[in-house]
Design a protein around this ligand. Structure first.
Ligand code: PAF
Length: 286
């Protein structure tokens, strides 16, 4: 397994694989890897000749008041895990390598309903930071396929839109949320939770399951379902709701009434203590 910090060397290596007609699978990460990331890596390993993982905590997707400096970093453990998964190349650049000119750089912004609401409201610069770095990574690696988790549903939809709009020649693969035994979605930020907060975090998935059960029982009113979810979430210790919504899983526009044939996404963001957790559940209405 190669570990390269340089854009030039990573580009030459990946372009040589592509020149030989090989399939290159790419998993972008910010490190602090967990089973969610590893599920993406395993799928990439199954479907491609070479697998590249980037480990880069991208400063442009954090607002000044967010956790860029304290974001969990554990590069030695990440390396060991990726070695076990038989990854071919880790691209691990410095911030200066990716953004050599601090105040002069191109920003990629996907505008419209996919990025306007939900996390786009609480984190107004987040999506353009992600789009910018992912566009750069796609240009450096030029993968055949790139793998993202459905937990960041809005991020995944935005990247699909960017790939379509900017004509990137690659396939975006979205894979299901990986959960702990008690239902909590895997996230590098779970490491911030105290034991008590970790218990409270279960309420996110519980509220999604409750909403799903109500919908399958025939409940049509989104405001009713959302208010039940909010009550449930607020009953758990140290929780503060950012949003609870039901949106179209294609357009991310809010839905008022559940109707046949809809593909919906129940989406939530909740602060547990000081940690902002997101989760979602996709449902095809029959
Ligand atoms: O989902 C993430 O870990 C990040 O947003 C990504 C896609 C690696 C871009 O920095």
């Amino acid at each position: 397994m190669k570990i390269l910090p340089s854009i030039g060397e990573t580009q030459s290596c990946c372009h040589e694989w592509k020149r030989q007609g090989k399939l290159v699978g790419f998993v972008p990460t910010m490190g602090a890897l967990h089973q969610g990331h590893l599920s993406l890596v395993r799928q990439a390993r199954l479907e491609n000749d070479f697998v590249v993982v980037s480990v880069f905590v991208n400063p442009t997707q954090f607002a000044p008041n967010e956790d860029f400096s304290s974001y969990p970093r554990n590069f030695q453990q990440d390396q060991d895990l990726l070695q076990t998964e038989k990854v071919d190349l880790i691209f691990a650049p410095t911030v200066e390598e990716v953004y050599p000119q601090q105040h002069n750089h191109t920003i990629v912004e996907v505008s419209g309903p996919i990025t306007a609401g939900l996390c786009g409201l609480a984190r107004p610069t987040f999506f353009r930071g992600v789009a910018t770095v992912v566009a750069k990574l796609f240009n450096i690696i030029q993968p055949t396929r790139a793998y993202f988790g459905q937990k960041d549903a809005q991020q995944l939809a935005m990247i699909k839109q960017m790939v379509f709009d900017l004509n990137f020649d690659l396939e975006v693969v979205g894979l299901p949320i990986v959960r702990e035994k008690d239902g909590v979605a895997m996230s590098s930020r779970n490491a911030y939770l105290s034991l008590e907060q970790r218990k409270s975090a279960r309420v996110l998935f519980q509220s999604l399951e409750m909403a799903k059960a109500r919908i399958l029982d025939g409940e049509k009113s989104v405001s009713y379902i959302v208010s039940e979810m909010k009550q449930m979430i607020e009953s758990a210790e140290q929780t503060q709701i950012d949003y609870v919504e039901i949106v179209s899983s294609q357009t991310f526009e809010a839905i008022a009434t559940i109707q046949p044939e809809q593909r919906i996404l129940i989406v939530i963001a909740v602060y547990v203590g000081g940690t902002r957790l997101i989760d979602n559940l996709q449902l095809q209405i029959s």
